[in-house]
Write a protein that binds this ligand. Structure first.
Ligand code: UDP
Length: 254
């Protein structure tokens, strides 16, 4: 049985541990370090890595961030003249801009994709419907999920946890710009220690910056494992999608 048909039949494809994963890519994946907006060469680099990962037949749904363009929180301080909820809706729309760029980049490499948004945008994307998303995944399409949860005051980490649960993914893969979860900010503290494995409770008790609070609670309640890894390292997305340890694994203790 080929990887794709094994995955559609509910099994992990040969050589991979997972049948289905949700990959969370922050807005920083769409731009060069320290910059804002979209850099298409960065998007193509990302798309190439996802393309390689998809060759193994694991079903991939990608939840897209928008922080390279806009985060709602940036308008909430002081008297910005924008309602807080409006600012968050603006952030959700930013994720759609990234998603459109990634969709074209993936399709230019020959990937079959579907873009689904949590806020209806009929001219550019399908509305997100869980059952339809699963069907696309079973057909081997890469499903790009934009617009977060469709509700303000949370982030796309929460959307990623939510989608991982409802799509019954085997793992939530959180792609970041550092190698995993550290005891301190590795970009500021050179002595910060990289953890290879943590429990949800460790993350909460030590207040580690892994993923948003709401997201970790959701994952903990439903025992959804999370792998936090560096997407900038060539081959990491492919290895993570196949179930190889490339960063920090967060799961149930014991
Ligand atoms: N957002 C929201 N609801 C969601 C997802 C996102 O209101 O379900 C808004 C929120 O303001 C967030 C912004 O969209 O800051 C962009 O998403 P995020 O900050 O998660 O992007 P990332 O940090 O992953 O690039």
């Amino acid at each position: 049985m080929s990887g794709e048909s094994a995955s559609a039949a509910g099994q992990s494809p040969a050589g991979s541990r997972y049948r289905r994963v949700v990959l969370k890519i922050s807005g920083e994946g769409f731009v060069h370090p320290g910059q804002r907006g979209i850099a298409m060469d960065a998007v193509i680099h990302l798309a190439r890595q996802i393309y390689q990962a998809a060759q193994h037949g694991v079903q991939i749904a990608i939840v897209i961030g928008g922080g390279n363009i806009l985060r709602g929180a940036q308008f909430t301080a002081g008297n910005s003249g924008i309602h807080e909820a409006t600012a968050h809706y603006m952030g959700m729309l930013a994720t759609v801009i990234n998603a459109l760029a990634l969709q074209d980049a993936l399709e230019s490499l020959g990937c079959d994709t579907r873009l689904m948004t949590a806020i209806r945008m009929d001219g550019v994307a399908e509305p997100y419907i869980c059952r339809r998303a699963r069907r696309h995944l079973e057909k081997g399409r890469i499903v790009i999920l934009a617009g977060g949860t469709g509700s303000p005051f949370v982030t796309t980490d929460t959307a990623a946890a939510q989608r991982a649960l409802e799509l019954e993914a085997d793992m939530l893969l959180k792609a970041t710009r550092v190698d995993g979860v550290f005891s301190d900010d590795p970009e500021k503290n050179p002595h910060a220690v990289l953890y290879s494995e943590l429990s949800y409770e460790d993350v909460q008790q030590q207040n580690l910056r892994v993923i948003d609070h709401e997201a970790i609670i959701k994952c903990m309640q439903h025992e959804m494992p999370i792998m936090v890894f560096n997407f900038r390292k060539e081959g990491n997305i492919e290895q993570a999608v196949r179930g190889q340890r490339v960063g920090t694994l967060v799961g149930s203790s014991g």
